[in-house]
Design a protein around this ligand. Structure first.
Ligand code: SF4
Length: 370
């Protein structure tokens, strides 16, 4: 039995790896990459079979945030040319969210820029969520509105909200390097407030922000300590006009190792491949489906993803099924399989690594990508 087999066995029994084992996954050579993915797949298959859950993002308030999160295109002073708009009306939110549902999403994620909502904001979002749930009772709704004050999580829960997302993003030790306007502890307490109110906790990370392997392991274990039901793993989208512009440090192989490490640390959580998958994993995206059990369909908050139809085709081609869609998955079979050759591990090929600012869907008159 290899050390990776042993790691998978432990994860299947919900026993966490040691820090050294988690670091070893991140430090494993490219020669072992397929063994890492195969071990993580055993864990993924144990808890989620070959199902892929689709989630759909709706940016219900975009840009002009007073906070300074260095990775964010919506931060104060951002020079990124992203869409900027205040709260969308309920019918606008419903139109975008239901486009995602029609594309196969089982969860819609309603996200607003800002430090946190006022009570009036919470009332507005709660009303929108009630309207959505009355029309789509089988679809989960996750709210992501920033730091929550007393009582706000309960009011969201009462409106039919399923989950609340608030990412830890990075380790406590690295947090001051990516944000100065709020603290890591603020984020932890918001996740705990959401959980206490009965909302399903969703909290994850962003890789590629100058963190060390130790930081990644720290944040993975910090997330495990919060017992989140879902863990989105983002890869930095280095928008021009933000402090982290031009930071292209990830390779597809490193992204796969990060996902696998998170799978071993949080084996039964819904590990979601989130922002940045197209530009960092590139042709290795389908391999990631062997590690994660959840992705976002279509576009992100302020950048465009690949067409929703390409997401569905990728899932079908890789032999997985969309959760809630039975065995059949829409989409053709013309896309190529993963190409893992030449994993030299140095600076990634950049030809396909371009950030496309979102210009369609929520806040525009152009149909959503779903
Ligand atoms: S991540 Fe959220 S709080 Fe931070 S700048 Fe962006 S919108 Fe504001």
């Amino acid at each position: 039995m290899t050390w990776l087999d042993a790691l998978a066995d432990k994860a299947i029994d919900c026993v966490p790896p040691t820090r050294e084992e988690a670091l070893a996954v991140l430090g494993s050579p490219d020669d072992d990459l397929m063994d890492v993915v195969a071990a993580a797949f055993r864990v993924r298959r144990q808890f989620f079979g070959r199902r892929v859950k689709l989630n759909y993002l709706v940016n219900i308030k975009s840009g002009l945030c007073p906070e300074d999160c260095f990775y964010c295109s919506q931060r104060v002073g951002s020079g990124a040319d992203v869409l900027k708009y205040s709260w969308l009306k309920t019918d606008e939110v419903l139109a975008s969210a239901e486009a995602g549902v029609a594309g196969g999403a089982r969860r819609v994620c309603l996200v607003a820029s800002g430090r946190g909502p006022t009570d009036k904001d919470v009332d507005r979002v709660a009303s929108t969520i009630s309207a959505f749930k009355s029309r789509n009772p089988e679809v989960e709704v996750c709210a992501c509105l920033g730091l929550l004050s007393d009582g706000q999580a309960s009011r969201l829960a009462a409106a039919g909200t399923t989950a609340y997302n608030h990412n830890l993003n990075t380790s406590g030790g690295h947090y001051a390097d990516i944000c100065t306007t709020h603290e890591y502890a603020d984020r932890v307490s918001t996740v705990e407030s959401a959980k206490s109110a009965g909302l399903s906790p969703c909290s994850g990370l962003i890789a590629g922000m100058g963190e060390t392997d130790e930081d990644l392991v720290d944040v993975a274990f910090a997330l495990r300590a919060l017992s989140p039901d879902s863990v989105p793993v983002n890869f930095l989208i280095p928008f021009d006009g933000t402090p982290l512009a031009g930071q292209w440090t990830l390779t597809p192989q490193r992204c796969l190792r990060i996902l696998a490490m998170v799978r071993f640390v949080c084996p039964s959580a819904e590990v979601r491949l989130a922002g940045g998958r197209e530009i960092h994993l590139r042709t290795l995206q389908p391999l990631a489906l062997h590690v994660v059990n959840s992705i976002f369909l279509g576009d992100y908050l302020t950048s465009e993803g690949q067409p929703g139809a390409a997401d569905l085709a990728m899932i079908a081609d890789a032999g997985f099924t969309v959760e809630g869609a039975g065995e059949s998955v829409a989409g053709g079979s013309e896309s190529g399989g993963p190409e893992s050759g030449g994993s030299a591990g140095a600076v990634p090929a950049r030809a396909a690594s371009v950030v496309h600012v979102r210009r369609r869907g929520a806040g525009t008159d152009i149909p959503a990508n779903a």
